[in-house]
Design a protein around this ligand. Structure first.
Ligand code: HPA
Length: 256
């Protein structure tokens, strides 16, 4: 069984020596790196491609997640770059996602489309694996990664940033941070019975919070500062045995 890391904006490798491979899935082709850490294979998949050439609304989420399933991946950590609309989280801060609110518009969110196949619904009581979240927090303390806290992630369609009025609404609804990619990635992981958790870095204040323009270099700099520490922490957890009985991720699918 393998484990995987999905790298978001600013995270295009996981640092170690790797072999690049490609897999053909029913949804499209996927290119990924394979690294060997103490005898265990860890897959690294750059969500936007190695050169950040795929925008959030065009990412082939189903191909990416199906490729991981075909590679026998059971546990996945992902990084996300986000804007903050919560005063407690400022650019450069690291947080763990506990839940999401979905404002995407045009993305296929399921492998179960009916027709000749079964109809299924995925259970969302714990959208992000509790075991992986706890393991990241524990390892982060040892690895010197300061985690600011937990956050509710609002996923927008993008690729444009939000208006100030949208951010006011998202904040009133209970969102802490805004990004464009964690839905449907996290949902598809659940449909496939994988344990999935996502760790974020605040790259900017959301539109209207400080009244300043969002700058591209801010996003790149915040990710650059944190990416090695975060991916190393992922690897430290993923290379070890993980208790598979302490969560229900592999039983989240309700088939009717
Ligand atoms: N909004 C949406 N997605 C983002 C942002 C943001 O402010 N920052 C980084 N990704």
């Amino acid at each position: 069984m393998r484990r995987a890391i999905i790298g978001g904006t600013g995270v295009y490798d996981a640092g170690s020596e790797v072999k690049t491979e490609q897999l053909v899935t029913a949804y499209g082709d996927v290119t990924y790196d394979v690294m060997k850490v103490e005898g265990r294979e860890i897959i690294f998949l750059p969500r936007h491609g190695k050169k950040h050439s795929t925008p959030p609304h065009k990412i082939n989420y189903r191909a990416n997640m199906m490729a991981l399933k075909m590679l026998d991946v059971t546990h996945v950590y992902a990084t996300v770059a986000v804007g903050s609309m919560n005063d407690a989280y400022e650019p450069g801060d690291v947080f763990v996602i506990t839940d999401f609110i979905d404002f995407t518009k045009s993305r296929v969110q399921t492998f179960f489309e009916g027709d000749d196949g079964p109809v299924a619904h995925v259970e969302m009581t714990e959208p992000y694996c509790g075991t992986l979240r706890a393991a990241f927090k524990e390892q982060a303390q040892k690895s010197g990664v300061e985690i600011k806290g937990d956050a509710v992630y609002v996923c927008t369609e993008g690729p444009r940033f939000e208006t100030a009025a949208e951010i006011r609404m998202y904040h009133q609804m209970g969102g802490d941070v805004v990004g464009m990619t964690n839905v449907p990635e996290s949902v598809l992981a659940k449909e496939l019975g994988m344990c999935y958790a996502a760790v974020g870095v605040i790259t900017n204040w959301c539109t209207g919070i400080e009244g300043k323009h969002i700058e591209g270099h801010q996003i790149a700099e915040s990710m650059e500062k944190n990416k090695v520490k975060i991916t190393q922490t992922f690897i430290e957890v993923l290379k070890e045995e993980i208790d598979v009985n302490s969560c229900k991720c592999d039983r989240s699918l309700i088939v009717l």
